[in-house]
Write a protein that binds this ligand. Structure first.
Ligand SMILES: [Mn+2]
Length: 312
């Protein structure tokens, strides 16, 4: 599937790259890494990145502001986004041709060309593979592209800790580091903690609940968010904190938002994305997201996770 994508890229003078809403480092890394590869390889092409800004990821790249007319003759590529509903900037369908590049299960096979590899650690890893294949045909990888792809791989593998990390992931990361960007700076930016988030972290460690089955959970109400002056997305990121605690097999964060409660599910082994699907969500076998609409539903989610843990 890589070759048809490379061929399509060469055909277009304007290329607009999208990624998912609530972007993470891999969304930015794959989107902007691809953009930097294309800019370095085809200096005459117009390459744009669009989507909502995420303040904590501005050190990676700033988005372009573009007019609707630019889409008319454009190729649109969407990175790291499983479903059309999650694409940031809904103008993605205004282009002449649409390409999906993603590593999530292909539940919404949108686009004229699709390249989905669920074995890839990250979409950034796939973009690097696209470069490797295109290298003989003249593709260039800049130091900036290397920095962005590295950040994406680091983000989605949790610094090479998660089970999606494979020998290729380390090889690619090593090759990317060789481009000479200052990778400790990437880590520093990705993993710095704001003081109020650190304090909430302490609250989480003090107050999470856990069952005998190894199901842990944390309820973060709007009142707690206000008390610590933390946004719901900042609070959601603390879900990984519980992963290092012994005897916890699966764990979940419930974070209150305006009209819904965001559910972040994680697991050390039992498959949890089926539970996520039951509650308006989905995702990876060991990392999923869902949504519930009242605190009464928390018990049901915990009961389902207990089943998943005991069937293992
Ligand atoms: Mn990803």
């Amino acid at each position: 599937m890589i070759q048809p994508i490379l061929d399509t890229i060469t055909e277009f003078e304007t290329i607009i790259i999208h990624r998912h809403v609530r972007p993470d480092p891999d969304a930015y890394g794959s989107q902007c890494g691809l953009a930097e590869i294309l800019k370095a390889s085809f200096p005459t092409k117009n390459v744009y990145v669009v989507g909502e800004d995420e303040p904590t990821l501005l050190f990676l790249k700033e988005m372009d502001q573009i007019q609707d007319e630019i889409y008319k003759e454009a190729l649109v590529i969407v990175c790291d986004t499983a479903n059309q509903g999650r694409i940031s900037d809904d103008r993605y369908h205004l282009g002449k041709k649409l390409i999906k590049i993603d590593h999530h299960p292909n539940e919404d096979p949108y686009g004229d060309l699709l390249w989905v590899d669920t074995n890839a650690s990250s979409c950034s890893e796939m973009v690097y593979e696209l470069y490797l294949q295109g290298k003989q045909q003249g593709l260039t990888l800049s130091k900036e592209a290397a920095r962005l792809l590295f950040a994406g791989i680091v983000g989605d593998t949790g610094r090479f800790l998660f089970s999606n990390t494979n020998p290729k992931t380390f090889t690619y990361a090593g090759e990317l580091i060789a481009y000479g960007f200052i990778f400790p700076e990437v880590y520093e930016n990705l993993y710095k903690t704001k003081e109020n988030v650190a304090r909430l972290s302490g609250y989480v460690y003090q107050n999470y609940k856990v069952t005998e089955d190894g199901v842990a959970w944390m309820e973060i109400t709007d009142e707690i968010l206000k008390r610590y002056n933390v946004t719901s997305s900042e609070a959601s990121q603390l879900v990984s904190n519980l992963g290092t605690i012994e005897n916890i097999k699966t764990w979940v964060f419930f974070v209150e938002e305006k009209d819904q409660i965001r559910v972040r599910l994680r697991s050390k082994g039992p498959v949890i994305n089926e539970v996520a699907k039951k509650y308006n969500g989905g995702g990876h076998p060991l990392a999923s997201g869902a949504t519930i609409y009242s605190w009464q539903e928390v018990d049901n989610v915990i009961t389902d996770l207990k089943h998943v843990c005991n069937n293992k």
